[in-house]
Design a protein around this ligand. Structure first.
Ligand code: FAD
Length: 539
């Protein structure tokens, strides 16, 4: 066992887990967060990138959920101003009734955001709608409604949350998996961890160490790894593992009920020539009741999404042919474009951790609210919700962890954080990020060696990645693999998978030096990335 005891161990390095680490560490608890792969590798890098209240939940009458999400939207934009922005949306309408119905809903949506409004909802004439959405199919358009929501880079925010948690003293480890619980009298007192890279991981106190034999197995590009196991003791564990929630619940109790109903959503990324301008389009109700978005993001356009129940849970879910067909078909129907699979630069897929309900099996109407369960072993499980509400989910999870583990020595009080002497949650106004540390390091590196400022390859001038960007990502943004950089520090894999493959050798060469890889390791890294990137291309 590790020789110190954590107050709280958090399993899962997505929005919910990283938010919980920030919350717990900033309250002053000794905190460890472990993520089996890279931070954000799960659902949290695969969202539509919207910081939103969820307009469509208004139609389900869930005003409380929308109001809470709108408050969180406002807080996130305030606490992470450099990582978020305001995005105008246009909803085209095709009848007077639609204009009345959607404008009433979107006015209410804005009203519910109160002082945290991002801009006034406005009714648009047909002429103005066509002007704001230059690529819309004009047929039958009767007008539109303009409203505002937030936008962000989800994977970037994951890393900034990890940085923030570390700033408050947490240990955050990627590539570290929880593989078992240690119990005394049925109560969890420790976690068994496995280092998934089979070698030392950066920074943390519990990182594995020592020389581990690494050999290439030749064909697959994967390296044979020797697992390093380690045990840590703790007073409480938070299970924030998204669609993997049930696996962790059952690691605690093989007979535990399952909670999660995974629902897959895909996004297609296309060039902006197919959807010009700065405004996003939202179609609230397609033929089968789904929502369709086309949103400008990082110089491209993200089109999606779907809501398909799946039984198989994977860190790299695959798009279904019918999902691709649905998105292409509907984008072409509502715009004057006629894109085909060949026009798609990247397809990315995520799994929503929806929470099962006894009376509904249609995933598009399952609750998007979050659920918290405390097991007999005192395992605190938090799941459901959405990116936008991660902070509130984290607050609830930590309140419950504090309560069940009596972290403040309090036997009284309640899980809402009212225990006497309980350390209060401070994240409502907490600035998120490394406070400029990465930028400063980049400036120092360039001052010492001007070749650091060079762009990596002229092949894709649109994707100007400098040598220094990779070096800084390795030194202070937890990059361990080529994929970490090209998928989640820089978003090239999600924006243009073919370009990411082209740039991968240069990234691998810089990381080889930074992370002391052998030639064999560099090659294995490269091959494994290229194999993965093929899944983001529609063949
Ligand atoms: C298609 C789609 C679009 C969406 N769009 C939006 C949007 O625009 N705005 C919005 O607010 N929300 C959106 N959401 C919802 C949002 O993305 C999710 O609710 C959120 O990312 C879930 O975060 P999480 O931390 O709970 O799960 P995850 O991000 O999946 O994190 C869980 C992590 O746990 C790790 N893990 C699992 N088991 C272990 C273990 N044993 N040991 C260590 N680590 C483990 C996994 O590797 C994973 O990284 C969208 C979701 C989808 C699917």
């Amino acid at each position: 066992m590790d020789n110190h005891t954590y107050d709280i161990v958090i399993i899962g390095g997505g929005a919910t887990g990283l938010g919980s680490a920030v919350d717990a560490a900033s309250r002053g608890y000794k905190t460890l967060l472990i993520e089996q792969h890279d931070f954000g590798k799960g659902t949290s890098s695969r969202s539509t990138k919207l910081v939103h209240g969820g307009v469509r939940y208004l139609a389900q009458g869930n005003i409380k959920l929308v109001r809470e999400a709108l408050a969180e939207r406002g807080r996130l934009l305030k606490n992470a101003p450099l990582m978020t922005s305001t995005q105008p949306f246009v909803v085209p309408v095709f009848s007077l009734w639609e204009k009345f119905y959607y404008s009433a809903g979107l006015m209410l949506y804005d009203l519910l955001s109160g002082k945290l409004s991002l801009g006034k909802t406005r009714l648009l004439s047909r002429k103005k709608t066509l002007e704001l959405l230059p690529n819309i199919n004009p047929q039958k358009v009767a007008g539109g409604i303009l409203y505002y929501d937030g936008q962000f880079n989800d994977a970037e925010l994951c890393i900034e949350l990890a940085n923030t948690a570390e700033r408050y003293g947490a240990t955050v480890l990627n590539y570290t998996k929880a593989v078992g619980f240690i119990k005394e009298n049925g109560v969890i007192v420790g976690v068994e961890l496995e280092d998934m890279l089979g070698a030392a991981v950066s920074g943390g106190e519990v990182a594995g160490s020592g020389d581990v034999a690494r050999e290439s197995d030749g064909d697959s590009g994967e390296l044979a790894r020797e697992p390093i196991r380690k045990k840590v003791s703790c007073k409480c564990v938070i299970n924030a593992t998204g669609v993997f929630t049930d696996a962790v619940l059952q690691m605690d109790d093989p007979n535990a009920d399952t909670l999660v109903y995974p629902s897959q959503g895909i996004h297609l990324v296309v060039e902006p020539k197919f959807f010009r301008g700065d405004n996003a389009m939202m179609i609230p109700k397609t033929d089968d009741g789904r929502v369709l978005f086309a949103v400008p993001w990082q110089g491209k356009v993200v089109v999606g999404t779907t809501d398909t129940h799946v039984d198989h849970i994977d860190l790299e879910p695959m798009p279904l042919a019918e999902e691709i067909h649905f998105v292409l078909e509907h984008f072409n129907r509502y715009t004057n474009a006629s894109i085909t699979k060949e026009d798609v630069l990247s397809v990315f897929v995520g799994l929503r951790p929806l929470v099962k309900s006894a009376d509904s099996t249609i995933s598009s109407i399952l609750s998007r609210d979050h659920t918290l369960v405390v097991s007999q072993s005192r395992l605190v499980t938090i799941t459901g919700g959405k990116w936008t509400t991660y902070r509130k989910m984290a607050e609830d999870a930590v309140n419950n962890a504090v309560f069940v583990a009596k972290l403040d020595g309090a036997g009284s009080g309640s899980a809402s954080g009212a225990a006497s002497g309980a350390k209060k949650c401070i994240t409502k106004d907490l600035p998120i990020g490394d406070l400029g540390a990465a930028r400063e390091l980049a400036a120092q590196l360039i001052a010492a060696d001007s070749s650091m400022a060079a762009f990596m390859t002229p092949a894709y001038p649109a994707y100007a990645i400098r040598v220094v960007d990779v070096v800084v990502a390795a030194r202070c943004k937890y990059v361990r693999t080529v994929e970490d950089f090209l998928a989640r520090r820089n978003r090239l894999l999600f924006l243009d998978a073919r370009a990411a493959i082209t740039l991968a050798p240069s990234v691998a060469t810089i990381l080889q030096k930074e992370l002391n890889w052998t030639n064999e390791e560099r090659e294995a890294q490269l091959q494994s990335f290229i194999l993965l990137a093929q899944q983001y291309i529609i063949h």
